[in-house]
Design a protein around this ligand. Structure first.
Ligand code: URA
Length: 408
């Protein structure tokens, strides 16, 4: 009985393959109910899973849907995945950089849920942009322009879709084994040859401590090894928002500013160069520092920007029509000092209140709203300086500066 499996995990015991089949495949086939799966996932959050359970469940996830074959596309396909954060628009920036260096990029992205944004919502904020591509369209586009960025289709890891939506609303997202299974099953089913992971820690990330991020990264690398996929990871800080913009259109504009004018928040640029250089290094088996010179060159020369425009045009987006239509309010500093903290979690929650993300899986989002920061941690600011602009729609949500910034 399902309750025996739940009880066993609640007592911290390990489960057999047959029991794991029963609960996970039963859930996929609607034979296990949401309330039973929720209780089971909570037991996993509290008691974890051993390696055998993790590897077996990853396999169940992968085989719950289609596994893509990208071998028709020439070259080494390196995929990148971020564990999610506030203001994380790195995919928009690094995909065209890497593709401009003739490394094929076939990137499947997700929608945002909860406080972390999703690349699909950012791309969809470009008027006309089509995120839903068929397998044949993906292959054709990759062969023609070397870059594709689209939504994960319904037939790719359907078990993750169902479990992930439930985790999000049952307080069971923050489990290292469940995160590792969810991410790696999608990456392996997506058909990439090699995988780069951006594992974030901090206030605005799924895991709070650096050691937990390292544990998660190593677990994902071990799963990759089982499937003979080279996995590399970068551990990055998500205590402050990444870059200046939070909110879908604002983030696309920030990405364009970096690609077109090479102007960027230094932390954002540093992480993008690090990630793109690792992808190129993995594709060509060259040292990261050599790859990073080429990455800088395609930004500087505008090749990466032109690749981004190719991507947008091919997927029917109209970049000329991209503009933010919202009311705007400046937030002015009431004191002078050094910016010690910009609280990612608070900004993530506030951006949801503005309407730039969803609190449940079916809610609509407003692509125009968001926040544009005018400072970063370490900046010296004076009383009267603008700390950030708020782009809002109907009603301006209350903004208490001390909740968002620590200035000393
Ligand atoms: N991203 C995913 O795809 N899955 C998780 O569980 C967490 C982040």
């Amino acid at each position: 009985m399902i309750v025996d499996i739940i009880n066993k995990k609640r007592r911290g015991e390990s489960l057999t393959h047959e029991e794991l089949d029963k609960i996970f495949l039963g859930y996929l086939n609607d034979e296990v109910f949401d309330y039973q799966m929720s209780a089971f996932l909570m037991a996993v959050c509290l008691n974890g899973m051993n390696d055998d359970e993790i590897f077996y469940v990853t396999d169940l996830f992968i085989n719950s849907g289609k596994v893509l074959d990208l071998s028709d596309i020439e070259g080494v396909k390196v995929d990148k995945h971020s564990t999610g954060g506030i203001g994380d628009k790195t995919t928009l920036i690094i995909s065209p950089i890497v593709a401009a260096l003739n490394v094929p990029v076939v990137k499947f992205s997700g929608r945002g849920l909860g406080i972390t944004g999703g690349t699909i919502d950012k791309l969809s904020s470009i008027p006309g942009f089509n995120c839903n591509l068929s397998y044949d369209e993906i292959i054709k586009q990759a062969k023609e322009i070397g870059i594709v960025n689209c939504a994960v289709s319904d037939d790719l890891v359907p078990l993750d879709k169902k479990v992930y939506a439930l985790r999000d609303v049952t307080g069971t997202s923050e489990s290292i084994p469940l995160i590792a299974i969810s991410i790696m099953s999608k990456k392996i089913a997506g058909g990439a040859d090699k995988i780069l992971l951006d594992v974030k820690y901090g206030d605005g990330a799924l895991v709070k401590k650096k050691e937990e991020a390292l544990e998660l990264a190593n677990l994902m690398a071990n799963i990759g090894e089982k499937y003979k996929k080279e996995v590399r990871y970068v551990i990055s800080d998500m205590n402050a928002p990444l870059g200046y913009a939070i909110g879908n259109r604002l983030e696309v504009m920030e990405a364009l500013l970096l690609l077109r004018d090479n102007k960027a928040n230094p932390n954002l640029k540093k992480l993008c160069v690090e990630l793109a250089s690792n992808m190129v290094s993995m594709a060509w088996n060259i040292p990261v520092d050599v790859a990073s010179l080429q990455v800088e060159e395609v930004i500087e020369s505008g090749k990466a920007y032109r690749k981004f425009l190719d991507l947008v045009k091919y997927q029917k987006g109209d970049i000329e029509k991209l503009k933010v239509e919202a009311k705007q309010k400046d937030i002015i500093s009431t004191k002078s000092g050094i910016i010690k903290e910009i609280k990612a979690l608070e900004f993530g929650k506030y951006s949801i209140e503005l309407g730039s993300g969803r609190m449940d899986k079916d809610s609509d989002i407003n692509p125009n709203v968001g926040i544009y920061l005018h400072c970063k941690v370490g900046d010296n600011i004076k009383q009267g300086d603008v700390l950030c602009n708020i782009f809002y729609d109907k009603k301006f949500p209350e903004f208490d500066i001390d909740k968002f910034f620590v200035i000393k």
